[in-house]
Design a protein around this ligand. Structure first.
Ligand SMILES: *Cc1c(COP(=O)(O)O)cnc(C)c1O
Length: 328
């Protein structure tokens, strides 16, 4: 079909880009006035935000796990004034304590490393109490899995290898008019992926570098064939409740996160003794399941299960059948 050799300045590419952006906004309910841009990864988004939005202004990172902490670390390399506040894995983000902030507030909506989430009602409070600041949200492992209210923040991003169910090498960024205005006032144009440069190219449905054309094509096709996010959200939540029920009363395996308010809907972390976890992981391998390792310090006594939309119902049931004998 000529996809693999498509010239990224050609009318065919521009039409594909236009249609992909339109589908993204339609399927995920991204506000019409938000600007959609593409990068190569969520990590790249961390840098783009630091160089092109934060610059010399203050930023405050809230984190309770490895990805949020990494975002803050990457930002500090470019913006040494960046501040960070950590909170506990079982804690609701104490948004009430932060009012009238200026600059950029950075929140990891779904912390993939420990299977927690910052609920959107928390984001709404943060938004309401900090009208002068911009809010950026890492939704890498929740976008396209649950319904996100994009109006609650100015910058959202996600790479496509999590809930979009696509091969790695592409990330989606959605920015409010306020975020674009901020980028215009900062006037940062020193990088190939400077936000302003990417935004100008996007007005012509082009990119500032040769993009992942195949990734974009796959994104367009999967969005086109996919369901609106409200339906996917229902499915994700139903399956999430199924997993919670599954682990209820488990003696040897239980959910890592005990506070129901902060449990991620798209990543399930399961805890057990190191011996149980090791046994489950090795048996899983020989039975053809690839369980997610526990992240960092949680490696020995936990593992993670993706609750991503691309999984089939029968695959989930097969995994439940495999895990059931290990519960007690
Ligand atoms: C996976 C992940 C990332 C990193 O994504 P890359 O595409 O590898 O850069 C960042 N943040 C969160 C929350 C993630 O889950």
């Amino acid at each position: 079909m000529g996809i693999l050799s498509m010239n990224h300045r050609s009318p065919e590419f521009m039409a594909m880009m236009e249609s992909t952006v339109k589908l993204l906004k339609d399927r995920l309910k991204i506000p019409r006035d938000y600007t959609v841009l593409f990068t190569g990864s969520a990590t790249e988004c961390w840098e783009v935000i630091a160089q092109s939005v934060i610059g010399p202004m203050p930023s405050l990172h809230f984190y309770n796990g490895a990805f949020g902490e990494k975002w803050s670390d990457y930002t500090r390399r470019l913006c040494p004034q960046a501040q960070a506040v950590s909170f506990g894995r079982e804690d609701d983000l104490a948004v009430e304590n932060y009012t009238k902030l200026s600059g950029l507030i950075c929140v990891t909506q779904n912390e993939t490393s420990n299977a927690t989430q910052v609920g959107q009602s928390r984001l709404a409070i943060l938004r309401k109490n900090n009208p002068a600041s911009l809010i950026a949200v890492d939704a890498t492992s929740s976008m396209a899995g649950i319904r996100l209210n994009f109006a609650l923040a100015d910058i959202w991003y996600a790479s496509v290898q999590k809930c979009f169910g696509l091969p790695a090498g592409l990330a989606v960024m959605a920015l409010s008019p306020k975020a674009m205005t901020r980028a215009r006032s900062l006037k940062e144009k020193g990088h190939y992926n400077s936000l302003l440069f990417m935004g100008e190219m996007m007005e012509k449905w082009q990119t500032s570098f040769t993009p992942n054309v195949l990734g974009m094509y796959l994104l367009q096709r999967s969005l086109d064939a996919g369901k609106p996010i409200t339906q996917t959200d229902r499915k994700t939540n139903e399956r999430f409740r199924g997993w919670v029920k599954f682990f209820e009363g488990g003696q040897k395996l239980r959910l890592l996160v005990s506070n129901p308010q902060v449990r991620s809907k798209t990543v399930i972390a399961v805890q057990g003794s190191p011996a149980t976890v090791e046994e489950v992981k090795s048996r899983a391998r020989s039975s053809g399941f690839l369980l997610g390792e526990g992240y960092g310090a949680l490696k020995k006594d936990s593992f993670r299960i993706a609750n991503f939309p691309a999984l089939k119902k029968k695959e989930i049931h097969r995994l439940m059948d495999f895990l059931r004998p290990h519960l007690q």
